[in-house]
Ligand binder design. Structure first.
Ligand code: NAP
Length: 471
């Protein structure tokens, strides 16, 4: 597929190969863009700012609705592309497209709700006789950088609010999964002026870095790892920056929890997209009074999962994005076993696939719980009561989302208030996300919020107008 710069679909002699992680077969190639292509896209986006500002909010909203409808019509094609390029099971890929349709509709609605306010200037010294009001105006050019694991909806979460607030965008998708973003560009390009949306396929160290350092880019909206996000925040200087980074979400099970719900939450949360989800459940913190029963039930349910071809609707767990990722998960599990963890099921690698794995008797200091493991691993940490559970939940550098299963409202609210995370779910696993909710982590998991209303707010700036009304 070709990349989109200034309304033109562009190919280059140098290509990036895109492989299917399920069988390592070549699916397609995309242009291997360089810093120069990124600069061309940024210049085009900068030039498009005026034409976007001249479009009424009503027309922007209509255009976004048209895009959402076209995505909906092409749901099957988009889902197949996502599944092929990322290894995501087809049912989950279809869910991602449905959510993207919804995300764009939310942006279409939000584009009509960008309000300023009147300011009571006469409350200040020298303010008598003056009228003040604010306008929410576009930031200008938004640079968007996304990872491989939600190659469509993460792009939509940046492009749609940017356009809703009349900003132009340059998106850099992951080189591992750039195809859904390019197909999205094909759809969107029909409804917006040239340069409003640009999608450039190149490496983070070149195309991504150019977005971060180029002075014409007003905001960086980044989703990816803590390591890359930290580097970006240091380099972005005077730009606005939103960082949606890695997670290590705890799921607490107290001894009064409904274990059916807790086990279901753990299975759904740990193995969604083979654990390659920022808000996947990464640590199971279980009261020792129910730990044996919980571990036994979790193992039973985990063993029922089907691992295999992502295009089959019967598949629950697909491959990891590549062999390097699978080897890393294998090493993390083996290290935990050497440190004393107990393997209850899984623990096998076959090429890019890694079997869903339950580890028991894990301790809070082990790497498998200190760092984000991007794979289908459920490590059980046994604790004694709510106080220790919260302490363990807070014992890593991450703070994206968290969850607690208990029938005790006081314990639930204590955990909700004391866990350092952007969201806490009560009796629901942390993979819960609707596209309108404020989403974004604390601590090293990020900075700023997405969720359409919040992203739109963040993609505007406030201008004050003062009118000398006399008297
Ligand atoms: P990553 O390695 O940080 O890559 C993310 C993106 O950043 C890719 O497009 C990458 O380009 C680009 N990049 C790399 N170096 C860069 C640089 N120097 N300057 C600018 N851009 C650069 O992350 P990943 O491994 O693909 O994704 C997994 C991570 O994303 C996990 O930690 C996961 O938790 C996190 N994530 C967070 C959220 C959230 O909403 N909080 C959602 C999904 C995923 P290349 O194409 O060259 O790799």
């Amino acid at each position: 597929m070709d990349m989109l710069i200034n309304g033109n679909f562009i190919d280059l002699d140098e290509k990036i190969s895109v492989f299917n992680p399920a069988n390592n077969e070549l699916i397609d190639t995309v242009p291997f863009a360089t810093r120069k292509d990124a600069k061309d896209a940024i210049n085009a986006a900068n030039a498009a700012k005026k034409s976007l500002e001249n479009i009424s909010s009503r027309k922007i909203s209509e255009a976004l609705y048209e895009v959402s409808q076209e995505l909906s019509r092409e749901l099957d094609d988009f889902a197949r592309i996502i599944s092929l390029e990322s290894g995501k099971p087809i049912n989950a890929a279809r869910d991602e497209v449905k959510r993207s349709v919804e995300t764009i509709k939310l942006a279409a609605e939000e584009s009509k709700r960008i309000y300023g306010e009147t300011v009571p200037l006469d409350a200040g010294i020298g303010g008598k006789g003056f009228i003040g009001f604010t306008l929410k105006i576009p930031l200008g050019v938004v640079g968007a950088i996304i990872p491989f694991n939600y190659p469509l909806n993460l792009g939509v979460h940046k492009i749609a609010p940017a356009l809703a607030a009349k900003n132009s965008v340059v998106l850099k998708p992951s080189i591992q999964a750039p195809l859904a973003a390019l197909k999205l560009a094909e759809v969107m390009n029909q409804y917006f002026p040239p340069g409003a949306i640009n999608v450039v396929t190149g490496k983070g160290s070149q195309v991504g870095d150019e977005l971060v350092v180029n002075e014409l880019v007003n905001k960086i909206s980044f989703t990816g790892s803590v390591e890359t996000g930290t580097m970006i925040s240091q380099k972005a200087a005077m730009k606005k920056v939103t960082l949606e980074l890695g997670g290590n979400d705890p799921l607490i099970v107290l001894d009064d929890a409904n274990l059916d719900e807790a086990v279901l939450g753990a299975v759904r949360g740990s193995y969604l997209n083979a654990g390659q989800v920022c808000i996947a459940v990464k640590r199971l913190i279980v009261d020792q009074n129910v730990a044996d029963e919980f571990a036994e039930r979790l193992t039973r349910e985990t063993n029922k999962l089907n691992m295999g071809n992502p295009l089959s609707p019967k598949t629950d767990v697909g491959p990891l994005i590549d062999e390097e990722a699978a080897l890393l998960v294998e090493k993390t599990v083996n290290d935990a076993l050497k440190q004393g963890a107990e393997l209850l099921c899984g623990g096998q690698r076959d090429g890019n696939f890694y079997t869903p794995t339950v580890l028991d008797k894990v301790t809070p200091d082990m790497d498998v719980v200190q760092n984000e493991t991007f794979g289908p691993i459920s490590p059980i940490i046994r604790v004694n009561g709510i106080k220790e559970a919260i302490m363990v939940a807070n014992g890593t550098r991450y703070g994206l989302q968290a969850s607690i299963f208990t029938e005790n409202i006081r314990h639930a609210l204590k955990a909700a208030r004391e866990i350092e995370a952007g969201s806490v779910m009560i009796n629901k696993q942390s993979t819960y996300r609707t596209d309108n909710m404020p989403f974004g982590g604390f601590k090293m998991s990020g900075m700023g919020k997405e969720g359409i209303k919040y992203a739109v707010e963040d993609m505007t700036r406030t201008k004050l107008i003062v009118l000398n009304a006399g008297n």
